[in-house]
Design a protein around this ligand. Structure first.
Ligand code: 7TS
Length: 416
């Protein structure tokens, strides 16, 4: 079968939308970009939207009564409407623009967490979290003195849901903060069930959606998430903008994050009052061109269809897992193919992951090596570093073949 027959996407047409893919990164070595979990490439539609914004529409938002300010405001607020629809939030007021997932989680920790967590309270995280969903809570813990608990992972690379249920039953849990999809193992966590269990125990749930929103259809209302965080740059959009979804009643009750222009209703020398949502959480001049780019990315992904994107990725990842499992000396991490998404993480004999990445780069293959900002997970796996190939809508089975050939070369170079 050819790629075209087994993929629901017109992959050649999609690849033609991404200028960065059309280059040799070393003489005669065409780029095989297998590092989209770190940050995806951008289609021309996104780049064009940002350029067009700067060429015709740039001014500050929400301020000037002139044509360009109105255009800039329309671009910025129009992007908010697109985000609302993309994740099916109930109201545009529930969509807060941040810099990225990291800032979205820090916002919740510094506002909701600061106001609501103290000695005797428990926050539940998991062993597989990215540092951005561990460190903000550890920082806050030092100040507020609550307890952190971590749901362990099983040998199959999935969350131990029995331990999770026991924590909710036995401890005064106020918040569960968990990733939807693992950036290392690819595990798709059963967050709908986990949120339901958290609510039944009287806890709120924050979901780190950095690796889910780019790949899956996410419906924050169907999930009943209290907070949901993601980054534009992993979903074909620009760097510099991310999203915090929060339920309106929670956001309304939370104190502001940063103080400054735009987030106030009235300022006197004696004190200030806060603006309505979402502006209460968006102090200062925001990332306007980036919002325009994010809006274009959402149009682009929606135009192709998230179901089609997921089906294509699944085909490529399944093929990659199959072929990788045939490489002698290679260890794969993570659950069975039907319970995972987007990434293939491995070690190869005793070759250091950085050496693998360097040899692959010489063949034009871009992967990530290291701890992937998940050091506790790597400690649990018993390895200091892993190599990770990650896939998006523009990747092909041919690129997997190039990866495998390059790995074979690495084995020969290291005599393994
Ligand atoms: N959460 C998860 C699950 C992630 O994978 C990442 C980034 C973040 C949060 C942080 O996102 P940011 O946009 O705020 O930086 N993950 C990765 C990665 O796996 N390799 O590089 C970045």
């Amino acid at each position: 079968m050819t790629e075209q027959q087994i993929s629901p996407l017109n992959i050649e047409a999609i690849r033609a939308d991404f200028p960065a893919l059309e280059q040799d990164v070393h003489p005669g070595k065409r780029l095989a970009f297998l590092d989209s979990a770190a940050s995806s490439q951008k289609p021309r539609q996104v780049i064009d939207a940002m350029n067009a914004y700067y060429e015709t529409s740039h001014a500050n938002v929400h301020r000037g009564i002139h044509v360009l300010s109105e255009r800039a405001t329309a671009a910025y607020e129009g992007a908010r409407d697109k985000v609302r629809a993309f994740v099916n939030a109930g109201s545009r007021r529930e969509i807060i623009f941040t810099r990225n997932t990291t800032e979205a989680i820090n916002l919740v920790a510094a506002t909701w967490g600061h106001a609501n967590l103290g000695p005797g309270d428990v926050v539940v995280l998991t062993e597989m979290e990215h540092h951005s969903n561990i460190v903000p809570w550890q920082i806050l813990q030092q100040e507020r003195g609550f307890t952190l608990r971590y749901v362990p992972i099983t040998g199959a690379g999935e969350l131990d849901l029995d331990v999770y249920a026991a924590l909710l039953r036995d401890e005064p849990v106020k918040l569960v903060s968990v990733m939807h999809v693992s950036n290392v193992l690819g595990t798709v966590n059963p967050v709908a069930e986990m949120i339901g269990q958290a609510h039944a125990a009287g806890a709120l749930a924050l979901i780190d959606g950095a690796q889910s929103v780019p790949h899956l259809s996410v419906d924050v209302q169907a999930l009943d998430a209290d907070f949901y965080a993601f980054s534009a740059h992993k979903m074909a959009g620009p760097t510099g903008i991310g999203v915090l979804y929060g339920k309106r009643a929670l956001l309304d009750a939370m104190p502001p994050y940063m103080g400054g222009g735009e987030m106030i209703k009235r300022v006197t020398l004696d004190g200030s009052t806060w603006n309505d949502l979402p502006h209460k959480f968006e102090a200062g001049t925001p990332a306007i061109a980036e919002a325009a780019g994010l809006g274009a990315a959402i149009d682009y992904l929606s135009g192709i269809g998230m179901q089609n994107i997921l089906a294509h990725e699944q085909t490529v990842v399944d093929y990659a897992l199959d072929r990788l499992s045939e490489v002698p000396g290679l260890t794969l991490y993570g659950p069975a193919p039907e319970r995972r998404n987007g990434v293939a993480t491995f070690t190869l004999a005793d070759i250091h992951a950085h050496d693998i990445a360097q040899l692959l780069d010489a063949e034009g293959v871009a992967i990530r090596a290291g701890h992937h900002c998940a050091m506790p997970l790597h400690q649990r796996l018993g390895v200091a570093a892993t190599a990770r190939a990650s896939f998006y809508l523009y990747n092909t089975q041919h690129e997997v073949d190039v990866l495998i050939d390059a790995l074979e070369r690495a084995r020969r170079v290291f005599g393994r």
